[in-house]
Design a binder for this molecule. Structure first.
Ligand code: SF4
Length: 278
């Protein structure tokens, strides 16, 4: 045998032993990551939240968010099918705790059966229940629709009012529904629609810290230029359906990604903020 070569000693199992480099326990502990990486940012990512500089409601950040939403959703509008303000009002009331897709399946038959406000006003709420059952909460919705139709005949000569105060006296109509009708049909920016998508995304983007829809609306009205109120809400609603969904948002495909510090992001190049979330 040549000098310097030592034969391998077989193990008890018969397999040859593999020599592994000895690794010190210390080398397994990586150094503390920089602040931007600690909360889930990718290595090397630059945080926009450097202490003392980051202000989520800074005008330049809000402008950038609006510009990117315009690129993503240049001319979106309400997805509820309608041909008149009355049909839009009915569809919006039906959409509470339901989806636009579901409502759009129900309303064509509904408006064929009861084409006018007068037709709805003549009904007893329970007569309407079977037609709208699949949208959920059908008993309350029936009462609201019949009540709203009667009030419109009584106070507004059968026409859906085009003012916030007028709409808010109708049963089943709160600011969200009123804003949908005013913005989408009448083109009037009296407020910002705050539905479940606007609520969630405004919080994720740190445009508000509130949970109460009324307070969120006030925050958004302060931040967003009035001429953008109508479009902005539609854009967030579309974004909430397509990418920024409630569970598992598709952050890797999102144009707003490096502006967004939401705690529940699924992928991030910037620091996540624990208070920013749905
Ligand atoms: S990055 Fe993710 S959480 Fe933030 S807005 Fe986009 S989809 Fe929503």
């Amino acid at each position: 045998m040549p000098r310097g070569i030592t034969p391998r000693r077989p193990t008890k199992t018969g397999r040859s032993e593999v020599t592994r480099p000895r690794v010190s326990r210390l080398t397994l502990i990586s150094p503390s990551p920089p602040r931007a990486e600690r909360k889930g940012a990718l290595p090397g990512a630059r945080s926009l939240a450097a202490p003392g500089r980051y202000r989520p409601t800074a005008p330049e950040r809000v402008r950038e968010i609006l510009a990117r939403l315009d690129r993503l959703y240049p001319d979106v509008t309400c997805a509820l099918a309608h041909r008149s303000p009355w049909e839009l009002l009915v569809a919006t009331i039906l959409s509470a705790q339901s989806t636009d897709v579901r409502v759009n399946m129900v309303t064509p038959e509904l408006f064929k059966k009861y084409p006018t406000v007068q037709d709805f006003a003549r009904l007893e709420p329970r007569e309407l229940e079977p037609d709208i059952r699949s949208t959920g909460f059908f008993r309350n919705k029936s009462k609201s629709l019949v009540g709203a139709a009667r009030k419109i005949l009584e106070h507004f000569e059968g026409k859906v009012p085009d003012s916030m105060t007028g709409l808010l006296i109708l049963p089943g109509v709160a600011r969200k529904t009123a804003n949908v009708v005013l913005g989408t049909w009448f083109g009037k920016a009296e407020g910002v629609v705050v539905d479940t998508h606007v609520h969630r995304i405004s919080r994720r983007l740190e445009l508000t810290r509130n949970h109460d829809p009324k307070k969120i609306e006030v925050d958004l009205m302060r931040l967003i230029p009035r001429e953008k109120w109508i479009l902005f809400a539609h854009q967030l609603i579309w974004h909430g359906r397509r990418l920024c969904v409630a569970r598992g948002p598709k952050c890797a495909d999102c144009l707003l990604e490096n502006l967004c510090h939401a705690a529940d992001k699924t992928w991030s190049t910037v620091a996540r903020h624990s208070a920013a979330g749905a």
